[in-house]
Design a protein around this ligand. Structure first.
Ligand SMILES: Nc1ncnc2c1ncn2[C@@H]1O[C@H](COP(=O)(O)OP(=O)(O)OP(=O)(O)O)[C@@H](O)[C@H]1O
Length: 776
């Protein structure tokens, strides 16, 4: 709803007044920052001048230490106040051109006055009058803006719930310090504003949605009651956006006790990490630990000398293989079992059993000379009271090893020295010879020291292999875990051992191995993580979740996924519509249904809240409705009312024509102003082939692979699984023919591809159209 001229002028006037205040503060802060910087530098420089170093006796030493600690304290204080001033300055510099984006007029119950609350990215207080000129969007009262239409409203403060009447809800578009537009909104947050936001062009980086967060999204962003929050969100419903807004919210709300280091976000790949990297800085927050699960596993397994398979290679194998191939079926069985809770129980039972015996220790040797045998290590380890946790016993063992190594080193040093003395060629002085022998001895023993520190004398891999080669161990664990072995156990065992013998660690084996390692080394927990957020949560298996829960015992979890886009195979993948398994493989009873509901079982039903986001904001209504045809029985999706062109179905009679059609569509979209155009293929193999054929027709065509870290706007080609999570102005499906997308395992992948565009979707196909779409 547009507002009158006078009101508009008043608003424009206010923008200008607030900006003047902010600019003044910026100037003041500049001076403060400069002063504090010079003070901190000066203290740093005079650090030693101000300390009286006196080491004549113990009392003097204590005094010296106290004076150092005091100086350090002063220095730290100065540095901190410099950083604080600098942060404040940066925040204001970021918002000076658009200080706020909305206003609410709220009258608290029992109060006479209607308060005008202006909401922006960061709060701002007039230092003379103490008036709050801008409220941070994360302040409790700001939630009224996101949650209510005009009328009765309530917000929650740490102390109580505050009720009242919301009289006005207004939005502003301010650019370069000028008020460009202002309108009052009714029901939900300005459809008008949202329409504007969603009609924009997609670029290679995601933006924050702070000005138009929807009520159901706000509920997730501000939730602090549940230990585990599971979000089933339709494609384009804002899951990733919500995850990032939530991080910013938590960092604000708990700013005195929580820092970015206490949070971790698992994202699907590095390309994606780069894609979302702008949002937190845009919201004025430091970026936090963002990793992929693959990177985490690689980090944990570096010393094992194995080649860890990429999840995308696993997927490529599944998508390009066929059921007739026994190796293919064996692999599917392997994946299904290794990602299941049944296998998790076996690994946990193994961990229990190892408390009383069975840990394999490696000899510690220099060259061929064994210094401490594995048997001796085992004996020492198991002679410790079994009441001690494995981790404590390991720690004590490492300490003992390090002591032994000191003795060995002294011995080796003596021998080197004697050798040098006897060596007629060597004519060094005694101190030189001593130094040389010390260095040599250190060099010889140090690798063992590092090994001891990393517990690399424990043969975790050997123990994992034993699980598949030792029938009596298997029997024992099956009993302990109360889990029968799967029918395909023999095939699974052979398959696992063969792969490991070749130095290959399959993706499905990596988490179990890391878990076993954690159990054996007693170093499973990372207590510092207080919030763990998982994006694309549908791609994680029951095994993964159980592991994450153990890994971060103090963390609250936010798991955001779309089970309609579950393209990875794992034990709880939804086989009926998904990629899980083609006929004939694995145990169907383990593969049924589940989806996100099984996560709450895994994470503890009492502590888990599941929220559904149904509305999809990314694509036009036409595209969303078109994509929904692909998954008739899937999770519900509601299209946002933004209209555009109908998706086009473009048939080619032969391959040459297909290439021509795809190239023409790309040129058309680019010519029509689309800044990002993605040609989406099914697999890496198809991408490689199509790229070769299309390149002569589309010279600027960029190929995106799993190793790509960053992409630029323009025309690009990539496999569907890499496009997941990303969005583009226009998408061209390279070949939606029945020969490419027909099996159950390809349905969700196709759906994922169709849900990537904002504005245009062209579905090219060769011959017959995929049965996933109704024929015209
Ligand atoms: N409240 C909102 N205001 C403005 N834009 C929004 C809002 N919610 C979502 N969007 C936009 O919709 C698009 C999709 O959002 P996002 O990528 O977060 O969704 P998603 O649920 O993670 O999607 P997918 O599962 O398909 O990858 C983005 O362009 C995002 O900016």
């Amino acid at each position: 709803m547009a507002i009158g001229k006078e009101e508009r002028d008043n608003e424009a006037q206010r923008v200008s007044v607030v900006r003047t205040h902010i600019k003044q503060r910026i100037e003041e802060l500049r001076v403060t920052v400069d002063e504090r910087r010079s003070e901190a530098t000066a203290i740093g420089r005079s650090f030693w001048d101000d300390i009286s170093v006196n080491a004549d006796n113990d009392d003097d030493l204590i005094e010296t230490a106290a004076s150092m600690a005091q100086q350090e304290h002063v220095l730290q204080g100065q540095e901190r106040s410099y950083r604080l001033a600098q942060d404040a300055l940066r925040k204001l510099q970021r918002v000076v051109d658009a200080p706020y984006f909305s206003r609410i007029d709220f009258q608290e119950k029992g109060e006479q006055a209607r308060e005008k609350i202006y909401i922006g990215l960061t709060s701002f207080i007039d230092s003379k009058t103490d008036e709050i000129l801008i409220y941070d969007w994360r302040a409790p009262i700001a939630s009224v803006f996101y949650d209510y239409p005009p009328g009765p409203a309530t917000y929650r403060t740490p102390e109580m719930d505050v009720s009242g009447e919301l009289w006005l809800k207004r939005q502003y578009i301010i650019k370069a310090g000028e008020l460009q537009d202002v309108f009052d909104t009714g029901l939900s947050i300005g459809d008008e504003m949202l329409q504007k936001m969603l009609s924009r062009s997609a670029d290679e980086k995601m933006s924050s949605i702070v000005t138009t967060i929807q009520r159901e999204q706000n509920q997730i962003i501000r939730d602090d009651q549940h230990k585990v929050l599971v979000v089933q969100g339709a494609a384009g419903s804002g899951k990733t956006s919500v995850a990032l807004q939530r991080i910013a919210y938590l960092l604000y709300k708990y700013r005195t006790t929580l820092s970015a280091d206490n949070m971790i976000l698992f994202s699907p790949n590095s390309l994606f990490s780069d894609y979302v990297s702008r949002v937190l800085p845009e919201l004025g927050e430091a970026t936090m630990q963002q990793t992929t699960f693959q990177d985490y596993l690689t980090h944990k397994l570096t010393d094992m000398g194995l080649k860890l398979e990429d999840p995308y290679d696993q997927l490529e194998f599944i998508l390009t293989g066929t059921d007739h191939n026994p190796e293919y079926t064996a692999r599917l069985n392997n994946i299904t079992y290794k990602t299941s809770e049944a296998f998790l129980a076996v690994i946990e039972a193994y961990g229990e059993k190892l408390k009383n015996g069975g840990i394999r220790f490696l000899d510690l040797a220099v060259g061929k000379k064994v210094l401490i045998t594995g048997a001796e290590l085992s004996e020492r380890f198991y002679s410790k009271p079994s009441i001690l946790a494995i981790g404590e016993r390991m720690e004590q063992l490492s300490e003992w090893i390090l002591e032994q190594l000191d003795v060995f080193q002294a011995d080796v040093q003596k021998r080197f020295y004697r050798k040098l003395v006897r060596e007629p060629k060597y004519m060094g002085s005694e101190p030189e010879m001593k130094k040389m022998s010390r260095v040599k001895a250190h060099k010889a023993i140090n690798p063992l020291r590092e090994k001891a520190q990393k517990l690399a004398y424990v043969d975790v891999l050997g123990m994992y292999i034993e699980l598949f080669t030792d029938p009596s161990l298997q029997q024992e664990l099956v009993k302990l875990a109360d889990q029968p072995l799967p029918e395909a156990w023999t095939t699974i065992s052979t398959f696992t051992v063969d792969a490991l013998a070749q130095g290959n660690l399959l993706y499905e084996d990596a988490t179990p191995l890391v878990y076993l390692k954690g159990l054996v080394e007693g170093q499973l927990r990372v207590g510092t993580i207080r919030y763990c957020l998982v994006d694309e949560a549908q791609d994680y298996s029951p095994f993964h979740y159980a592991y994450l829960k153990k890994l971060f015992p103090r963390a609250r979890f936010t798991l955001l996924g779309d089970w309609n886009q579950g393209i990875f195979t794992h034990a709880n993948a939804n086989v009926s519509e998904g990629v899980a398994v083609s006929s004939g493989a694995a145990q169907p009873e383990q593969m049924q249904e589940h989806g996100y509901s099984s996560i709450s079982e895994l994470m503890g039903e009492d502590e888990t809240e599941t929220i559904r986001l149904i509305k999809s904001y990314r694509s036009t209504r036409e595209i969303t409705e078109f994509a929904c045809q692909v998954l008739p029985g899937g999770e519900p999706v509601e299209a946002f009312s933004r209209s555009g062109e109908e998706p086009r179905l473009l048939r080619a009679a032969n391959e040459q024509e297909l290439i021509r059609l795809v190239a023409e569509a790309a040129a058309l979209r680019q010519g029509g102003g689309a800044s990002s155009v993605a040609i989406i293929c099914k697999t890496e193999r198809e991408t490689e082939y199509a790229h070769g054929r299309l390149k002569p027709l589309l010279p600027g065509l960029a190929r995106i692979s799993k190793d790509t870290l960053h992409y630029e706007a323009g025309v690009m080609i990539l496999p569907a699984y890499l496009a997941k999570g990303l969005e583009f102005d226009a998408v061209i499906i390279y070949d939606a023919g029945a020969a490419v997308y027909a099996e159950a395992k390809e349905r969700k992948l196709f759906y994922t591809a169709c849900t990537r565009p904002l504005h245009h979707l062209d579905v090219c196909y060769l011959g017959e159209l995929t049965p996933f779409l109704p024929s015209k």
